[in-house]
Design a protein around this ligand. Structure first.
Ligand SMILES: [Zn+2]
Length: 190
């Protein structure tokens, strides 16, 4: 422990605490901080009052292309891309900032929180490894997540082409569109 700065350790603890509060799983904490697993488990228990859930992160990239998850994930990745393009915020800090803005948007529009922090973190890794990509909708020009293998020049998004099977999708579509518009407006003032 000699030579390890207390100040930098303090920052790591602060970061881990914020991640736990946002709902991050233990694997995310381990990947994003320099603290030992033992200390992270202890910290997790202190913040949440319960042990971290065990097991692997179950998420596959297919989840992000489902209709409702895609609306929320696309909103998040648009915020993330904006932040990393126009500010100096990077890595885990950029994911935290983007996720906080995502939460603000869905709360302002009274939408359900569909995207968990851990899924948002996983999503950034899928985009960085080019498993998932962002492409423009030919109708509304909004940017949406797609499988990189499915990129086509004539993509029509889930808002412009709402699946007919679900009865209440029209209202959800209107809310999601409002969230995207509100998101775009608020992003301009970052
Ligand atoms: Zn569209």
């Amino acid at each position: 422990m000699k030579g390890k700065s207390i100040l930098s350790e303090g920052k790591q603890i602060q970061l881990a605490t914020e991640l736990v509060r946002l709902g991050a799983r233990l694997q995310v904490l381990e990947a994003s901080t320099t603290l030992s697993r033992e200390r992270l488990v202890k910290l997790y228990k202190e913040v949440k009052g319960a042990s971290p859930p065990k097991g692997m992160l179950p998420y596959s990239e297919d989840w992000f292309t489902g209709w409702q998850p895609n609306m929320h994930s696309s909103l998040f990745i648009n915020i993330y891309n904006y932040i990393t393009r126009y500010t100096k915020v990077r890595d885990i800090d950029a994911i935290i900032k983007s996720y906080q803005l995502y939460l603000e948007h869905i709360e302002a529009n009274r939408l359900q929180r569909i995207l968990s922090f851990t899924r948002a973190w996983t999503l950034v890794r899928f985009v960085e490894s080019k498993v998932l990509s962002v492409t423009s909708c030919v109708k509304c020009t909004g940017n949406f997540l797609v499988h990189s293998l499915d990129i086509q020049s004539n993509h029509v998004c889930g808002l412009c082409h709402v699946p007919s099977r679900a009865g209440k999708t029209k209202r959800v579509a209107q809310e999601a569109r409002a969230a995207q518009e509100a998101g775009a407006g608020e992003l301009c003032v970052i």
